[in-house]
Design a protein around this ligand. Structure first.
Ligand code: GDG
Length: 732
C-alpha cells in the first residue's frame, strides 16, 4: 500500500533542553506548516521526516536513540543536524539568503561561501533519510525553501517515484529571483518533482517565467514536458493552504475563563489584534507607526481602543532579527510612554509564544485583526482569526502583499506601505456595522470551511496522482522495445521505403539563430548511410529555404522539401515548386512584419522565396507572445484576400501561400509508387500535417511529449538518432 512521506525542515514536534544535563522536552512546533499539517497527518498512513530542532552537539548518543524512539510513536523520523550545519544551512543559506530574497529584501541577503555547500550537504542528508524508508509506490511530499534541492536528489535515486514539492513562501518575480547566485541549481532541484505547488497564481507565473528564462524550458498551461527533466512531466499549480477550520471554530470551554480574564483587564476597550512571528517581512514596524498615526488623527479613541501585539520569538541569532526586536521594543515603549494614562495604555505587548488556548482566546476577544505583512506567502493568522469568530463578527484588515488576500477579498485590503491607508482602514473597521461585518465574513468563513487543511492536502495528493496518470498515458505512447522491433522487422522486409524526416527539433536541437543549427558529422554520417541503401528514399522535409538545404545536404543522395512544402527536389532531380506560386503579396506583408520587428527587440524577419518568417526566439517571450497575437490579428484581412496562411511554428510565425503545407508535399513522395514502409518523424505543429495525411500503416513519430496525431512519441533528438542508427545496423 502506498505511504505518504512528508519531508520538511522542522518536524511538527520540537525537542529542547534548557540546561546541559536537564531532561529533554518535547513540544508542538509553531509555524504555518506544523500547525496546518500536524493536526491530521497521523490519520494518513504517513511518515514525517525532519529536523527535531535540537543541535546534535547538545545531545548524547543515548539521547539520539531516545528521541528517535519517542518520535517514531508520533509517526516522525528525525534528521539530526550539527551546530555547524544549523549555522550554515538553516541560519545561513535558508534564512540569510533565500528568505530575504524571496520576500523582496535583497539588501538583507548575506551570503557566505560556506552556506551553499552546507545547503547541498543537508539536502543530501535529508535525501539519505528518505531513502531509508521510501518504496517505489510511496508518495513523497517535500516542503518549502529549505529543501529545494531535494526533489531532484530523490529523482536521481528513485527514478519513477511520485514526488510533490510545495513552497510556503512567495516565489519572487524573475527580476528578483535572477539575483540568486545558484538560481539554476535551485530551479533544477525543484524540477525533480512531478507536482510543484504554490499559494497563488502570481507565484506560479513567476516560477514558470524563471524556468523559461533561466533553464530555457517552456511550459504549456502549467505543464512542462521536457526530456531534459529525466523523462517526467512537471506540473506547477496553485494550492492555497487552508487551516484546521474546526479546531478554531468549535466552542472550547477551556478558554471561557481565559476570555473572562482578558475582558476584565481591558474593560470596554475595542481590541485590535496583531499576531506575527518576529520577522521583518511581517511589517510589524509599519503597523505600529500607522497605529500611532491613527491615535494622532483620532484622539476620540484614546482610552477606547487597545492594540494587542503578540510577537513570537524567531531567528534571534540573525542580526536583522535582533535589530528588528530592538526597534519594536523601542517603538512600543515610545508609543506607550507618550500616550499612556493611569487608566489606560495603547499597546499590550507580548513577546513570547502562547499556548493554543490563549491564542484562540485572543482571536475570539478581538474586534479587529490588523495584518500588515510587506510580503507573506499566505498568512494563516488571517484565516484563523476569521474561523474563530463563531458569531461571524469582527473585521479583518489585511495586507494585499499576503497570499491570503487573493482568497479573502471581502476583508479590508490595504497596502502596508501606506500608513494613511492603514489609518483609514482602522477608522472604517471601528465604525463598521455588525451587519456588514457578518455579511463580509460569512462569505470568507464559508470558503475557509470548504477549503480547509484536509481539502488542501487531498487536493494536492489528487493532483500528484493526476500528473502521474497523464505521464503514464504519455509513456504508453512512447515507442517501446516491442513496437521498435516490429518497425525494424518491417523495415528489413521491405524494398521500397520512404523516410520523411523533419530537420530542426527532430534531427538537431533548436539553436538561438537558424544558421547555428548546422548538421554535425554524426548526423551527416547517419544520412549518408541511410541513403546509400538503394531501397531507401530519404527526404528531409523542412521549413528552411532551399539554398540552405542544398548547402547542407546537396551532396547527399536524398530528397529535399523546402519552405514547408513550397519546393520539392526528388533525389537526383531539380527543384520545382509544388504549386504555381506568386510573390506579389510580399510587398503588402513585409512592411507589416518590419513594424513588428521594430516593436519587438530581438525579433527578426527571414525572407524565403515564397514565404516570410517572423522569428521571435531571442525576444522577451512575454512581449513576443503578445506581439505574435497582435500580428496574427493584423494579418487576418490580408490572409483571406491574398490566400495566405499564417502558420505557428516553434517561436516563429510563417506567412505563406495557403495551398502549401508539409502534408501535401509529403504525399508527393509516397503516392506515385507503391511504398511498403513509411516512416515520418517530426516535432512541431507543421509536422502534424504530415502525420494526418499519410497512410494508416505509417510509422509516425513525434519528438517530445506533447499531444500529436503521430502514433508514437520519442523524447529527444538523441532518441531519433539512436533509432535511425538501429535501422542502419539492424535493418540490413
Ligand atoms: C509560512 C509562510 C504561510 C503564531 N503565534 C502563536 C502561534 N502561531 C501560529 C499561528 C499560525 C502560525 O503560527 C503562523 O503562520 P503564518 O502563516 O502566519 O506564518 P509563517 O510561520 O511565516 O509560515 C506563510 C505558512 O508558512 C503556511 O504555508 O502562510 O506565509 O511564511 O498558524 O496560529 N501558535 C501558538 N502560539 C502562538 O503564540 N500556539
Amino acid at each position: 500500500m502506498k505511504r505518504l512521506i512528508i519531508v520538511s525542515n522542522r518536524l511538527p514536534i520540537t525537542v529542547t533542553r534548557n540546561k546541559k544535563n536537564s531532561p529533554l522536552e518535547f513540544h508542538s512546533s509553531i509555524g504555518g506548516l506544523s500547525t496546518g499539517l500536524s493536526s491530521f497527518y497521523k490519520s494518513y498512513n504517513a511518515l514525517w521526516i525532519g529536523w527535531p530542532g535540537i543541535a546534535l552537539d547538545r545531545i548524547k548518543e543515548e539521547d539520539k536513540e531516545n528521541i528517535t524512539k519517542k518520535l517514531s510513536h508520533e509517526g516522525c523520523y528525525p534528521v539530526f543536524l550539527t551546530q555547524r550545519e544549523i549555522d550554515n544551512y538553516y541560519h545561513g543559506f535558508c534564512n540569510n539568503v533565500l528568505w530575504p530574497l524571496f520576500h523582496y529584501f535583497p539588501s538583507y541577503v548575506t551570503n557566505k561561501s560556506v552556506f551553499w555547500g552546507a545547503y547541498n550537504e543537508v539536502n543530501h542528508k535529508f535525501a539519505d533519510a528518505v531513502m531509508q524508508f521510501a518504496d517505489k509506490d510511496d508518495v513523497i511530499w517535500v516542503h518549502d525553501y529549505q529543501l529545494m534541492l531535494l526533489p531532484d536528489m530523490l529523482r536521481r535515486r528513485l527514478k519513477n517515484i511520485n514526488i510533490g514539492f510545495f513552497l510556503h513562501i512567495p516565489f519572487p518575480s524573475f527580476e528578483i529571483f535572477r539575483m540568486l547566485p545558484y538560481r539554476k541549481e535551485i530551479l533544477q532541484g525543484v524540477m525533480g518533482a512531478n507536482l510543484i505547488g504554490f499559494h497563488t497564481y502570481d507565484y506560479v507565473r513567476y516560477f514558470l517565467e524563471s524556468v523559461r528564462r533561466i533553464l530555457g524550458i517552456d511550459s504549456n498551461l502549467g505543464y512542462i514536458y521536457s526530456h531534459k527533466y529525466d523523462e517526467h512531466i512537471v506540473k506547477a499549480d496553485i494550492f492555497p493552504i487552508g487551516i484546521n477550520f474546526e479546531k478554531f471554530r468549535t466552542p472550547n470551554e477551556e478558554i471561557e475563563d481565559e476570555i473572562e480574564n482578558i475582558k476584565n483587564k481591558i474593560g470596554n476597550s475595542k481590541v485590535i489584534l496583531s499576531v506575527d512571528r518576529l520577522d521583518y517581512s511581517k511589517g510589524i514596524m509599519h503597523k505600529l507607526e500607522a497605529f500611532d498615526r491613527f491615535l494622532d488623527k483620532n484622539p476620540k479613541y484614546i482610552g477606547k481602543v487597545i492594540l494587542v501585539v503578540l510577537v513570537v520569538p524567531s531567528r534571534t541569532n540573525i542580526e536583522h532579527y535582533r535589530m528588528l526586536k530592538k526597534q519594536i521594543d523601542e517603538l512600543i515603549g515610545n508609543i506607550n510612554g507618550k500616550r499612556s494614562t493611569f487608566e489606560w495604555f495603547p499597546i499590550y505587548y507580548l513577546y513570547r509564544s502562547l499556548p493554543f488556548e490563549k491564542l484562540l482566546a485572543l482571536y475570539r476577544i478581538s474586534n479587529i485583526a490588523l495584518i500588515t505583512p510587506l510580503r507573506d506567502g499566505m498568512n494563516l493568522v488571517a484565516k484563523e482569526f476569521l474561523a474563530s469568530k463563531q458569531d461571524n463578527k469582527g473585521v479583518l484588515i489585511l495586507s494585499e502583499m499576503a497570499g491570503a488576500a487573493q482568497e479573502l477579498g471581502e476583508a479590508v485590503i490595504i497596502n502596508p506601505n501606506d500608513a494613511n491607508e492603514i489609518v483609514k482602514a482602522l477608522e472604517l473597521a471601528l465604525n463598521m456595522p455588525d451587519t456588514e461585518q457578518i455579511k463580509r465574513n460569512k462569505t470568507m468563513i464559508n470558503r475557509l470551511k470548504q477549503y480547509n487543511i484536509i481539502k488542501w492536502t487531498t487536493d494536492f495528493m489528487r493532483a500528484m496522482d493526476d500528473v502521474r496518470k497523464l505521464q503514464g498515458k504519455f509513456f504508453m505512447r512512447i515507442l517501446n522495445a516491442d513496437s521498435e522491433k516490429k518497425m525494424i522487422d518491417n523495415y528489413k522486409n521491405s524494398n521500397n521505403r520512404v523516410l520523411l524526416l523533419d530537420y530542426d527539433g527532430t534531427l538537431v536541437e533548436f539553436a538561438a539563430s537558424p544558421k547555428e543549427a548546422e548538421p554535425d558529422d554524426d548526423l551527416l554520417e547517419i544520412l549518408k548511410k541511410l541513403s546509400s541503401d538503394t531501397r531507401n528514399n530519404v527526404v528531409i522535409i523542412s521549413g528552411r529555404d532551399r539554398k540552405t538545404l542544398d548547402e547542407w545536404f546537396g551532396n547527399l543522395n536524398i530528397g529535399l522539401i523546402a519552405e514547408h512544402g513550397v519546393w520539392i527536389k526528388h533525389k537526383g532531380d531539380n527543384w520545382q515548386t509544388i504549386e504555381p506560386l506568386t510573390n506579389e503579396w510580399k510587398k503588402v506583408v513585409t512592411p507589416i512584419l518590419e513594424l513588428y520587428m521594430d516593436r519587438t527587440p530581438g525579433s527578426f524577419i527571414e525572407e524565403k522565396e515564397f514565404s516570410l518568417v517572423w522569428h521571435y526566439r531571442k525576444a522577451d517571450s512575454q512581449l513576443a507572445a503578445v506581439r505574435a497575437m497582435e500580428l496574427k490579428d493584423t494579418l487576418i484581412d490580408y490572409v483571406t484576400n491574398l490566400k495566405l496562411e499564417v502558420m505557428d511554428g516553434n517561436k516563429v510565425l510563417e506567412i505563406k501561400d495557403a495551398g502549401v503545407d508539409k502534408g501535401k508535399a509529403s504525399l508527393k513522395c509516397v503516392t506515385d509508387i507503391n511504398k511498403d514502409f513509411i516512416l515520418a518523424i517530426g516535432d512541431d505543429l507543421t509536422d502534424e500535417n504530415i502525420f494526418s495525411v499519410l497512410p494508416e500503416d505509417t510509422y509516425s513519430i513525434k519528438v517530445g511529449m506533447g499531444y500529436s496525431k503521430a502514433k508514437y512519441n520519442v523524447l529527444s533528438t538523441k532518441d531519433v538518432r539512436i533509432l535511425l542508427k538501429k535501422l542502419i545496423n539492424e535493418g540490413e
